[in-house]
Design a protein around this ligand. Structure first.
Ligand code: ATP
Length: 344
């Protein structure tokens, strides 16, 4: 990245939008000095928002101490604190915001509010070195095809119902395979030999998984299809849908790179399909290492640095205004004006 400043900037980023409380420490060159996190889990499954907040309050001080230790720095070396501002669950976001404000006050450093989804994109760009990619964001709840155009990260396509990860988990739970379903479905799919025709639902650049899910559940309940073949067909069908809409977005935007982010990116067959699609159109495919693909603080810290060092406006909340720092549960990726990416 082009640097405006010569002094080494160290940013501490706090992630707290949902189940994960994480702190990452990153410098202005994109060197990740620390990335420590703890994810809430429960015996019964499901996320109870107020329990998430209690979890975050319980672990935050240990995570801070461990991240400082891992980075090999002292608290006084931190120049900037970035925190996940939106979107997410109110109790989790509130806990993170309170923690960020208290820490900023104690260290007398400014705060940068960061959109969590944009942070996934920015860390993806950092670690892959992609210049101007289309992003395919496939996590539990999110499925979006995003590209930068005219001052915004714009959503060119998305799921019309559930995210692809939640779709896979839901079918896996129905089939008694357990949670999270993705890795187990991937293993079963490797043993699948026969492709079973399933509903293929692409509408323009959007996708829909609910019909596919219902159909898969019905087929499973009939008892006449092998789970290996259902898992194989689930992957081939849903990943083809996502490859198709990604390709359409790349063609429409004339972009030559595709970056896959989110936990579903761990799936090797998914990566292989996207790799083939990109190769056939002379484009490059990148996936993000798992440690940086899910929710963590390094992506928040890095985005804070990028916004602060490359943004045209001042994105920080100064020490004297720290009280005004807030959170928002609903800000979409395309609500944010992007002034730190150069127009191509
Ligand atoms: P969100 O941030 O959207 O609320 P999340 O934080 O739970 O969701 P991630 O951690 O990015 O999302 O991804 C989790 C999802 O990835 C789960 O649905 C899981 O089943 C899926 N997943 C993990 N490994 C694989 C795999 N090998 N194949 C397919 N899906 C996978």
């Amino acid at each position: 990245m082009t640097k405006k400043k010569t002094k080494r900037t160290i940013c501490l980023g706090i992630e707290s939008t949902a189940h994960t409380f994480g702190i990452g420490i990153v410098d202005e060159q994109g060197k990740i000095l620390a990335n420590v996190k703890d994810m809430y889990s429960s015996e019964k499954g499901g996320l109870i928002p107020v329990e998430l907040a209690k979890h975050h309050a319980r672990v935050c001080n240990d995570i801070l101490a461990n991240s400082i230790k891992e980075a090999g720095i002292e608290m006084k070396n931190i120049d900037l604190i970035a925190y996940s501002y939106s979107p997410g669950l109110a109790p989790s976001l509130k806990e993170g915001t309170i923690f960020a404000k208290a820490l900023a006050k104690e260290l007398k450093v400014p705060l940068v509010p960061v959109n969590h989804c944009i942070a996934h994109l920015e860390i993806g760009k950092l670690v892959t070195n992609a210049k101007d990619p289309v992003y395919l964001f496939c996590s539990g709840a999110n499925t979006q095809i995003i590209g930068y155009a005219s001052g915004k990260y714009r959503v060119f396509g998305e799921t019309l119902d559930v995210g692809v990860g939640n779709f896979i988990d839901n079918f896996a739970r129905h089939a008694g395979i357990g949670f999270p379903g993705g890795p187990k479905i991937e293993e079963l799919a490797k043993k699948g030999k026969n492709f079973i025709e399933l509903p293929y639902s692409v509408k323009g650049m959007d996708v829909s998984f609910s019909g596919l899910l219902t159909n898969l559940k019905q087929k499973y309940d009939l008892g006449k299809y092998k789970i290996e073949n259902l898992a194989y067909s689930l992957q081939e069908t849903s990943f083809s849908m996502l490859a198709e809409v990604s390709e359409r977005a790349m063609a429409h935007l004339n972009k030559k790179e595709l970056v896959l982010i989110g936990g579903v990116g761990a799936n090797k067959r998914f990566c292989e399909m996207l790799e083939i699609m990109c190769r056939e159109r002379g484009a490059k495919f990148y996936s993000v290492p798992l440690s940086l693909a899910g929710d963590q603080g390094a992506m928040i810290a890095w985005t804070g640095i990028v916004m602060q060092n490359l943004g045209k406006k001042d994105h920080k909340i100064s020490i004297k205004n720290i009280k005004s720092a807030d959170f928002d549960t609903t800000e979409r990726v395309d609500d944010v004006d992007i002034d730190w990416v150069e127009e191509k």
